[in-house]
Design a protein around this ligand. Structure first.
Ligand SMILES: Cc1cc2nc3c(=O)[nH]c(=O)nc-3n(C[C@H](O)[C@H](O)[C@H](O)COP(=O)(O)OP(=O)(O)OC[C@H]3O[C@@H](n4cnc5c(N)ncnc54)[C@H](O)[C@@H]3O)c2cc1C
Length: 328
């Protein structure tokens, strides 16, 4: 039996994030392969009730650090708990989501344990008994296979890339509490307030459909046509950096190297040229549709489907047709 696999189950406001199911399901597959134990870790306040759900997704054991001090995320607090959890279950592999939280937490805990971390991975597999993670580098131009010469090997998984297994309601996990051995005062950097974006829009990294607009949109008001198509498809609107720099959309909408990395089932790029820095953020989307009036735009090289035309003519027709097909 191999060393335990520890999967960090991210939650916000007492609800598991979609990426938590992806991390647990991936951990379960790996654990089955090396016949090891899958241990999940829950950190927060008032979150103990989530443990049973983690059992149904394949966790053998759930470690729970439940304390008012951990209500809001802090690098120091959460990484200290994660390090404790790694030691407690003697983990050989630690999986986290490549979310904002996971991207901060994984290196912080790995540094404390003086081990390695592979960030934003899109594949994990055992090769000759050693775990190899696949991660895109140079803005997605090259895929590298990364191993780690030390244990535990920390890996963050790109959201929306890894599949979620069906739950088995009968499967139960044992639950063990982790005592929080530090005081609120000992945490030097604290989150004082979280200001939610207006409208409670779904985070781009979790959306299964994204309709993105580029400079070809010509103004912020024109994004209404994209909102309509996104609403019809149950998706959200994203943007290129040019759009964000022009002040047409907030930075939270930006896709790309200096924005968010997304992997939706469907990415519709409207008036986006397809610069390498934009592609870095969306090239792992499962289906890419490009609408651009320039047939030589680089985005068409990446697209599964392309429409050469004026987006102001194409998008409204597309939205109408989608509504008709979906009966909206
Ligand atoms: C360090 C660095 C980091 C960067 N990070 C990012 C990043 O995170 N994300 C990002 O997006 N960019 C990023 N960029 C910027 C990037 O290089 C490009 O400048 C940017 O992506 C271009 O945005 P765009 O495609 O909207 O605009 P453009 O390149 O100007 O393309 C506009 C497109 O719209 C088309 N168009 C115009 N009118 C219409 C119409 N009516 N119908 C259909 N098509 C039309 C045009 O044919 C054109 O292809 C970064 C750059 C640097 C140097």
């Amino acid at each position: 039996m191999g060393k335990a696999i520890l999967a960090f189950a991210e939650q916000r406001d007492g609800k598991l994030k979609k990426n938590a199911y992806e991390v647990i399901s991936t951990g379960k597959k790996l654990a089955d392969e090396i016949k090891s134990e899958l241990v999940s870790l829950l950190i927060g306040s008032g979150i103990e009730g989530l443990a049973s759900e983690l059992g149904s997704y394949g966790s053998d054991k759930v470690l729970v650090a439940d304390s008012e001090i951990l209500k809001l995320y802090s690098s120091e607090g959460y990484s200290s708990v994660l390090v404790d959890a790694v030691k407690k279950c003697d983990a050989g592999i630690v999986l986290l989501p490549a979310s904002s939280m996971g991207k901060d937490l994984a290196p912080a805990a790995a540094a404390k344990l003086e081990t390695g971390v592979a960030m934003d991975c899109i594949g994990v597999a055992f090769k000759d008994g050693k775990l190899e993670a696949t991660r895109p580098v140079y803005a997605g131009k090259i895929m590298t296979k990364v191993g780690c010469s030390k244990e535990p090997f920390f890996i963050t998984l790109r959201p929306n890339v890894f599949s979620v297994s069906a739950p088995s309601p009968d499967k139960k996990a044992s639950v063990e509490k982790i005592n929080v051995g530090f005081s609120a005062e000992s945490i030097r950097a604290k989150v004082k307030e979280i200001v939610a974006a207006a409208g409670g829009k779904m985070d781009l990294t979790e959306a299964s459909v994204i309709v993105a607009g580029g400079r070809g949109m010509k103004s912020g008001e024109n994004f209404k046509v994209l909102e309509e198509l996104a609403d019809a498809l149950g998706g959200v609107v994203g943007a290129s950096r040019s759009v964000v720099d022009a002040g047409w959309r907030p930075h939270s909408d930006q896709v790309g190297q200096t924005g968010k990395v997304v992997s939706p089932n469907l990415y519709i790029a409207c008036g986006v040229s397809g610069a390498i820095q934009h592609l870095a953020g969306m090239s792992s989307s499962k289906c890419i549709v490009a609408i651009n009036k320039d047939s030589d735009a680089p985005i068409f090289q990446m697209a599964d489907y392309g429409i050469v035309g004026d987006l102001f003519q194409v998008v409204p027709v597309l939205a109408q047709e989608v509504k008709k097909v979906l009966g909206k």
